[in-house]
Design a protein around this ligand. Structure first.
Ligand code: GDP
Ligand code: ZN
Length: 461
């Protein structure tokens, strides 16, 4: 395929000090040569592939030195995009990086659209669609665990499982063909019937397994939406501060991520908590009074987790009991705070009201209990023996939708087989299942879908 040469600023994960101007395309090396000067006056077009070179970026029009740089030259096809790639590593701040970018744009490159590097990798056959989408997730990954999931997907873990399933369906379809071609053999039909049920059930079970990871996957990707509630003065703000201070607030230096959203995330033992509307949390002090029990129940229902704070130093009030009503139906943890003060709360009653939900006692003032709270949050999320590191999590909305449709199609096939419908009808359902799974890894996707997907990327990826 033929493309023009694109360029963008691309900051590597976790290396804030260095920014890279990345070029990809046939002219990448030529364009770099126009603005690069090495001490030995060597030309980048003469250097071996996959080498890195020290030099200066000079504005050819003014001869002004813009930046000292290290330039990597990587020739096709062993590059991310499978095109010639040049990376100009700048050590200065954003301003100089921008000037370097402006220079390459002036001298022949075009500013890349968001996600265009990855799109080229896809279009040039370097990665499949689910791997490309994993790049989006990687950019957005909120914690190390979320990053592992995204990395696993990028390495093709999900692709591999999908491909295996599709292979299974293909083989099954081949058997069906045999049956259609040689209907006179009764035993073939018999075998086909049993085999079909078995294979189709296997496919359904596998799809179900993948789907069952989707909730965890979604949370790892988007964060556990968490609301802190409780009467005024019980210690909600202190809890919020405690959680934020104990855990590194999750920040990235990827351009294009919105700071104010990022700042609401904290990483609790690998579980990303998305503290809903930080400003709003302080407003929830009298949430029940303000918007009524019904409405507040609605708000609270949308949360994945409620941290419900009580005061150890006060008797349970009517308002506390109303809050217990309001949190019913959502995962919640009761936090009885201010244990450094004399006990006035009736813990037996708290126990009863909590109705099996975890209760943690804390003194946020003296920094006690936060550990146990974190433990509770983490075990609530990683129920059973789920481990973020070694599972294929399906966390992409598009994948989930396709898997659900595929599951429905294969269930229709199974139902058809059981009811003895003509085999070519079953064949249609199985083929549809095969196609839907194919869409996950980018077989048979429409052009517009591809454009839409890649426009979600940050610039420079
Ligand atoms: P909020 O109104 O629920 O957000 O409560 P705050 O976090 O603003 O805390 C209210 C007051 O209680 C502040 O003066 C805090 O310093 C204090 N406080 C919070 N946690 C504790 C605690 O564990 N023990 C004691 N003695 N005071 C606390
Ligand atoms: Zn407060």
């Amino acid at each position: 395929m033929e493309f023009d040469t694109i360029a963008a600023i691309s900051t590597p994960m976790g290396e804030g000090a260095i920014a890279i101007v990345r070029l990809s395309g046939d002219e990448a090396v030529d364009i770099a040569d126009r603005i690069f000067q090495s001490p030995a006056k060597k030309q980048l077009k003469d250097v071996p592939t996959h080498t890195i070179h020290y030099g200066k970026i000079i504005d050819p029009d003014t001869q002004e030195m813009v930046e000292e740089v290290m330039v990597s030259v990587m020739r096709a096809p062993k590059t991310f995009t499978r095109e010639d790639v040049v990376e100009i590593n700048c050590h200065g701040g954003l301003v100089t990086v921008n000037r370097v970018l402006q220079l390459v744009l002036k001298h022949g490159a075009r500013l890349a659209e968001p996600g265009e590097f990855t799109k080229r990798a896809f279009l040039n056959g370097r990665i499949d669609l689910s791997q490309a989408e994993a790049v989006i997730d990687l950019i957005r990954a909120k914690t190390d665990k979320a990053m592992n999931v995204a990395l696993g997907q990028m390495e093709g873990r999900l692709s591999k499982r999908i491909k295996r399933l599709r292979q299974e369906i293909l083989e099954t379809l081949a058997h069906v063909e045999v049956n259609i071609d040689y209907p006179e053999y009764d035993d073939v039909e018999e075998m086909t019937h049993n085999m079909l049920i078995e294979k189709a059930s296997y496919v359904r079970d596998e799809i179900e397994k993948l789907l069952s990871t989707s909730n965890q996957g979604k949370i790892l990707r988007e964060g556990l939406s968490t609301v802190i509630i409780g009467r005024p003065n019980v210690g909600k703000s202190s809890l919020l501060n405690g959680l934020v201070h104990e855990n590194k607030a999750i920040v990235t230096d990827i351009p294009g991520t919105t700071r104010d959203v990022i700042e609401e995330y904290v990483n609790v033992r690998g579980v990303p908590l998305r503290l809903i509307d930080t400003a709003g949390i302080r407003e929830t002090e009298d949430i029940v009074e303000k918007i009524g029990v019904e409405r507040s129940r609605q708000v609270l229902k949308e949360a994945d987790l409620i941290l419900f704070v009580l005061n150890y130093n006060e008797e349970l009030s009517e308002e506390d009991k109303k809050l217990f009503e309001a949190v019913k139906g959502t995962d919640f943890i009761v936090i009885v705070n201010k244990t450094d003060l004399p006990k006035k709360i009736d813990m037996d009653e708290v126990q009863k009201l909590a109705n099996g939900h975890p209760i943690v006692t804390t003194s946020l003032k003296e920094d006690r209990g936060i550990d146990e709270l974190e433990q509770q949050i983490s075990s609530l999320f990683f129920k059973g023996d789920l481990q973020a590191d070694d599972l294929t999590y399906v966390s992409n909305t598009r994948h989930i939708a396709l898997l659900s449709q595929a599951k429905k199609a294969v269930e229709e096939a199974i139902e058809g087989i059981e009811q003895g419908v003509p085999i070519d009808i079953v064949q249609i359902d199985l083929t549809r299942t095969w196609e839907l799974l194919g869409e996950i890894i980018g077989d048979s996707v429409h052009e517009s879908l591809i454009d839409q997907l890649f426009s979600q990327f940050c610039l420079g990826k």
